[in-house]
Design a protein around this ligand. Structure first.
Ligand code: CIR
Length: 254
Protein backbone atom coordinates (compact mmCIF):
# COMPACT_ATOMS: atom_id res chain seq x y z
CA UNK A 1 0.00 0.00 0.00
CA UNK A 2 1.29 3.48 -0.80
CA UNK A 3 1.63 5.56 2.36
CA UNK A 4 -0.30 8.83 2.25
CA UNK A 5 0.62 10.29 5.62
CA UNK A 6 4.00 10.34 7.36
CA UNK A 7 4.34 11.41 10.96
CA UNK A 8 7.71 13.00 11.68
CA UNK A 9 9.06 14.56 14.87
CA UNK A 10 11.34 17.58 14.73
CA UNK A 11 14.82 16.97 16.23
CA UNK A 12 15.03 18.63 19.65
CA UNK A 13 17.90 20.90 20.71
CA UNK A 14 18.98 17.94 22.88
CA UNK A 15 19.32 15.63 19.84
CA UNK A 16 23.16 15.73 19.86
CA UNK A 17 22.95 13.95 23.26
CA UNK A 18 21.02 11.02 21.78
CA UNK A 19 21.97 7.39 22.53
CA UNK A 20 25.03 6.32 20.51
CA UNK A 21 26.94 3.10 20.53
CA UNK A 22 30.11 4.97 19.50
CA UNK A 23 30.93 8.65 19.55
CA UNK A 24 31.01 9.82 15.91
CA UNK A 25 34.26 11.18 14.46
CA UNK A 26 32.57 14.54 14.00
CA UNK A 27 29.95 15.79 16.48
CA UNK A 28 26.32 15.97 15.42
CA UNK A 29 25.57 19.30 13.75
CA UNK A 30 22.07 20.21 14.94
CA UNK A 31 21.46 22.85 12.26
CA UNK A 32 22.42 20.39 9.56
CA UNK A 33 20.20 17.74 11.16
CA UNK A 34 17.26 20.16 11.05
CA UNK A 35 17.93 20.90 7.37
CA UNK A 36 18.24 17.21 6.49
CA UNK A 37 15.00 16.51 8.34
CA UNK A 38 13.17 19.23 6.38
CA UNK A 39 14.67 18.04 3.12
CA UNK A 40 13.43 14.50 3.77
CA UNK A 41 9.94 15.88 4.45
CA UNK A 42 10.11 17.78 1.14
CA UNK A 43 11.05 14.62 -0.75
CA UNK A 44 8.08 12.81 0.80
CA UNK A 45 5.82 15.70 -0.19
CA UNK A 46 7.13 15.52 -3.77
CA UNK A 47 5.88 11.94 -3.74
CA UNK A 48 2.43 13.11 -2.57
CA UNK A 49 2.87 12.00 1.01
CA UNK A 50 1.35 14.41 3.54
CA UNK A 51 3.93 15.04 6.24
CA UNK A 52 2.77 15.88 9.75
CA UNK A 53 5.77 17.26 11.62
CA UNK A 54 5.22 17.08 15.38
CA UNK A 55 6.76 19.40 17.94
CA UNK A 56 10.16 18.44 19.30
CA UNK A 57 10.34 16.68 22.66
CA UNK A 58 13.45 18.07 24.39
CA UNK A 59 13.13 15.54 27.25
CA UNK A 60 13.65 12.76 24.72
CA UNK A 61 16.82 13.38 22.67
CA UNK A 62 16.08 10.35 20.43
CA UNK A 63 12.45 11.20 19.74
CA UNK A 64 13.25 12.24 16.16
CA UNK A 65 13.52 8.48 15.48
CA UNK A 66 9.74 8.21 15.52
CA UNK A 67 9.59 4.96 13.57
CA UNK A 68 10.66 3.18 16.74
CA UNK A 69 7.63 4.36 18.74
CA UNK A 70 4.90 2.29 17.11
CA UNK A 71 4.10 -0.46 14.66
CA UNK A 72 1.37 0.71 12.32
CA UNK A 73 -0.40 -2.16 10.70
CA UNK A 74 -3.72 -1.85 8.87
CA UNK A 75 -6.08 0.09 11.15
CA UNK A 76 -3.98 -0.37 14.28
CA UNK A 77 -1.03 1.40 15.88
CA UNK A 78 0.71 -0.84 18.40
CA UNK A 79 2.84 1.19 20.78
CA UNK A 80 6.46 0.05 21.06
CA UNK A 81 8.07 0.38 24.51
CA UNK A 82 11.84 0.57 23.98
CA UNK A 83 14.40 -1.46 25.89
CA UNK A 84 16.51 1.70 25.99
CA UNK A 85 15.60 3.41 29.29
CA UNK A 86 16.03 6.96 27.98
CA UNK A 87 13.51 6.23 25.20
CA UNK A 88 10.80 4.77 27.43
CA UNK A 89 7.90 7.19 27.33
CA UNK A 90 8.35 8.45 23.76
CA UNK A 91 5.57 6.10 22.68
CA UNK A 92 3.17 7.47 25.31
CA UNK A 93 3.75 11.00 23.99
CA UNK A 94 2.83 9.82 20.52
CA UNK A 95 -0.26 7.82 21.54
CA UNK A 96 -2.80 10.70 21.48
CA UNK A 97 -1.66 11.72 18.00
CA UNK A 98 -1.86 8.18 16.68
CA UNK A 99 -5.35 7.87 18.15
CA UNK A 100 -6.56 10.48 15.62
CA UNK A 101 -5.80 8.02 12.84
CA UNK A 102 -5.67 4.47 14.22
CA UNK A 103 -6.83 2.15 16.99
CA UNK A 104 -4.04 2.37 19.53
CA UNK A 105 -2.99 -0.83 21.26
CA UNK A 106 -0.43 -1.77 23.88
CA UNK A 107 1.75 -4.84 24.38
CA UNK A 108 2.17 -6.89 27.55
CA UNK A 109 4.20 -5.12 30.22
CA UNK A 110 7.31 -7.33 29.81
CA UNK A 111 7.51 -6.67 26.06
CA UNK A 112 10.25 -4.47 24.62
CA UNK A 113 10.37 -3.60 20.98
CA UNK A 114 11.48 -0.83 18.63
CA UNK A 115 9.52 -0.16 15.46
CA UNK A 116 12.83 -0.36 13.58
CA UNK A 117 12.74 -4.12 14.17
CA UNK A 118 9.37 -4.53 12.44
CA UNK A 119 9.45 -5.07 8.68
CA UNK A 120 6.11 -5.48 6.91
CA UNK A 121 5.73 -6.90 3.46
CA UNK A 122 2.46 -7.78 1.76
CA UNK A 123 2.35 -11.18 3.47
CA UNK A 124 4.81 -11.20 6.34
CA UNK A 125 5.69 -9.25 9.40
CA UNK A 126 9.36 -9.92 10.10
CA UNK A 127 10.46 -9.09 13.64
CA UNK A 128 14.16 -8.64 14.38
CA UNK A 129 15.10 -10.20 17.69
CA UNK A 130 17.73 -7.68 18.64
CA UNK A 131 19.06 -5.97 21.74
CA UNK A 132 15.92 -3.82 21.57
CA UNK A 133 13.25 -6.43 20.84
CA UNK A 134 12.44 -9.43 23.00
CA UNK A 135 10.52 -12.69 22.63
CA UNK A 136 7.58 -11.40 24.66
CA UNK A 137 6.96 -8.70 22.10
CA UNK A 138 7.29 -11.18 19.26
CA UNK A 139 4.89 -13.66 20.92
CA UNK A 140 2.33 -10.97 21.60
CA UNK A 141 2.43 -9.73 18.00
CA UNK A 142 2.27 -13.26 16.60
CA UNK A 143 -0.89 -13.90 18.64
CA UNK A 144 -2.59 -10.62 17.92
CA UNK A 145 -1.98 -10.39 14.17
CA UNK A 146 -3.58 -13.55 12.76
CA UNK A 147 -3.74 -12.09 9.23
CA UNK A 148 0.05 -11.97 9.00
CA UNK A 149 2.72 -14.60 9.06
CA UNK A 150 4.83 -13.17 11.87
CA UNK A 151 8.41 -14.41 11.53
CA UNK A 152 11.31 -13.95 13.98
CA UNK A 153 14.67 -12.89 12.51
CA UNK A 154 17.67 -13.32 14.82
CA UNK A 155 20.02 -10.36 14.72
CA UNK A 156 23.79 -10.50 15.27
CA UNK A 157 24.83 -9.30 18.72
CA UNK A 158 27.29 -6.67 17.50
CA UNK A 159 25.62 -5.96 14.21
CA UNK A 160 23.23 -3.24 13.16
CA UNK A 161 20.82 -1.83 15.72
CA UNK A 162 17.60 -2.94 14.04
CA UNK A 163 16.29 -5.32 11.40
CA UNK A 164 15.24 -2.43 9.15
CA UNK A 165 18.80 -1.10 9.20
CA UNK A 166 19.67 -4.17 7.13
CA UNK A 167 16.53 -5.14 5.18
CA UNK A 168 13.94 -3.12 3.24
CA UNK A 169 10.87 -4.24 1.36
CA UNK A 170 10.79 -2.70 -2.12
CA UNK A 171 7.39 -4.04 -3.15
CA UNK A 172 6.90 -6.54 -6.00
CA UNK A 173 8.20 -9.30 -3.73
CA UNK A 174 11.70 -7.76 -3.62
CA UNK A 175 13.81 -7.32 -0.51
CA UNK A 176 16.99 -5.27 -0.37
CA UNK A 177 19.30 -7.02 2.11
CA UNK A 178 22.69 -6.27 3.66
CA UNK A 179 23.67 -9.92 3.65
CA UNK A 180 26.63 -9.41 6.01
CA UNK A 181 24.16 -8.37 8.67
CA UNK A 182 21.18 -10.66 8.18
CA UNK A 183 21.03 -14.18 6.77
CA UNK A 184 19.37 -13.70 3.38
CA UNK A 185 18.30 -17.38 3.30
CA UNK A 186 15.70 -16.49 5.94
CA UNK A 187 13.62 -14.94 3.14
CA UNK A 188 13.29 -17.89 0.74
CA UNK A 189 10.08 -16.75 -0.95
CA UNK A 190 11.42 -13.28 -1.87
CA UNK A 191 13.63 -11.97 -4.65
CA UNK A 192 16.58 -10.84 -2.59
CA UNK A 193 18.74 -7.98 -3.90
CA UNK A 194 21.98 -7.75 -1.98
CA UNK A 195 23.65 -4.43 -1.37
CA UNK A 196 27.01 -4.18 -3.15
CA UNK A 197 30.22 -4.63 -1.12
CA UNK A 198 30.81 -1.66 1.17
CA UNK A 199 27.23 -0.40 0.79
CA UNK A 200 25.49 -2.27 3.62
CA UNK A 201 24.03 0.95 4.99
CA UNK A 202 22.08 1.41 1.75
CA UNK A 203 19.85 -1.50 2.74
CA UNK A 204 17.69 0.92 4.70
CA UNK A 205 15.47 2.55 2.10
CA UNK A 206 11.90 3.86 2.19
CA UNK A 207 9.40 2.90 -0.47
CA UNK A 208 6.63 5.22 -1.56
CA UNK A 209 4.60 3.64 -4.33
CA UNK A 210 7.09 2.69 -7.02
CA UNK A 211 9.70 5.17 -5.82
CA UNK A 212 12.55 4.35 -3.47
CA UNK A 213 14.11 6.90 -1.15
CA UNK A 214 17.73 5.93 -0.51
CA UNK A 215 20.45 7.45 1.65
CA UNK A 216 23.08 9.53 -0.18
CA UNK A 217 26.47 7.92 -0.82
CA UNK A 218 25.69 4.50 -2.25
CA UNK A 219 26.07 4.70 -6.03
CA UNK A 220 26.23 0.94 -6.56
CA UNK A 221 22.88 0.39 -4.87
CA UNK A 222 21.24 3.27 -6.69
CA UNK A 223 22.53 1.96 -10.05
CA UNK A 224 21.25 -1.54 -9.21
CA UNK A 225 17.78 -0.19 -8.42
CA UNK A 226 17.68 2.06 -11.49
CA UNK A 227 18.66 -0.88 -13.68
CA UNK A 228 15.46 -2.44 -12.41
CA UNK A 229 13.54 0.63 -13.55
CA UNK A 230 12.98 1.98 -10.06
CA UNK A 231 12.80 5.71 -9.47
CA UNK A 232 15.35 6.50 -6.78
CA UNK A 233 15.53 9.75 -4.81
CA UNK A 234 18.47 10.29 -2.52
CA UNK A 235 18.39 11.99 0.86
CA UNK A 236 21.34 12.93 3.05
CA UNK A 237 20.90 11.63 6.59
CA UNK A 238 24.51 11.92 7.79
CA UNK A 239 23.57 13.69 11.03
CA UNK A 240 21.13 10.91 11.90
CA UNK A 241 23.62 8.17 11.04
CA UNK A 242 25.85 9.71 13.70
CA UNK A 243 23.11 8.90 16.22
CA UNK A 244 22.83 5.28 14.95
CA UNK A 245 19.72 6.18 12.98
CA UNK A 246 18.95 5.41 9.40
CA UNK A 247 16.59 6.95 6.90
CA UNK A 248 13.38 5.12 7.66
CA UNK A 249 13.49 5.83 11.38
CA UNK A 250 12.70 9.49 10.72
CA UNK A 251 9.09 8.86 9.84
CA UNK A 252 6.18 6.68 10.69
CA UNK A 253 3.98 5.94 7.71
CA UNK A 254 0.27 5.70 8.47
C1 CIR B 1 18.72 4.72 19.47
O1 CIR B 1 19.78 4.24 19.89
O2 CIR B 1 17.63 4.30 19.84
C2 CIR B 1 18.79 5.89 18.52
N1 CIR B 1 19.95 6.65 18.80
C3 CIR B 1 18.78 5.43 17.08
C4 CIR B 1 17.48 4.79 16.68
C5 CIR B 1 17.43 4.45 15.23
N2 CIR B 1 16.20 3.90 14.88
C6 CIR B 1 15.98 3.17 13.78
O3 CIR B 1 16.91 2.92 13.03
N3 CIR B 1 14.77 2.69 13.57
Amino acid sequence: MTPRIALMRRPPATYPRCVKRHEPDQPIDLDKALLQHSRYAQVLQQLDVETVVLDALPDFPDSVFIEDNALVIDDRAILCPSAEPSRRGEEARLAPILARYKRVQRLTSSACIDGGDCLKTDRHLFIGLSQRTNREAFDHLAQSLPDYAVVPIPMRTNGVLHLKSAVSYLGANQLLVAADEVDATLFPTYDVLRTPVGEQAAANCARVGDAIIAPVGFPGTVAMLRQRDRTVLEVDVSEFNKGDGSLTCLCLFL
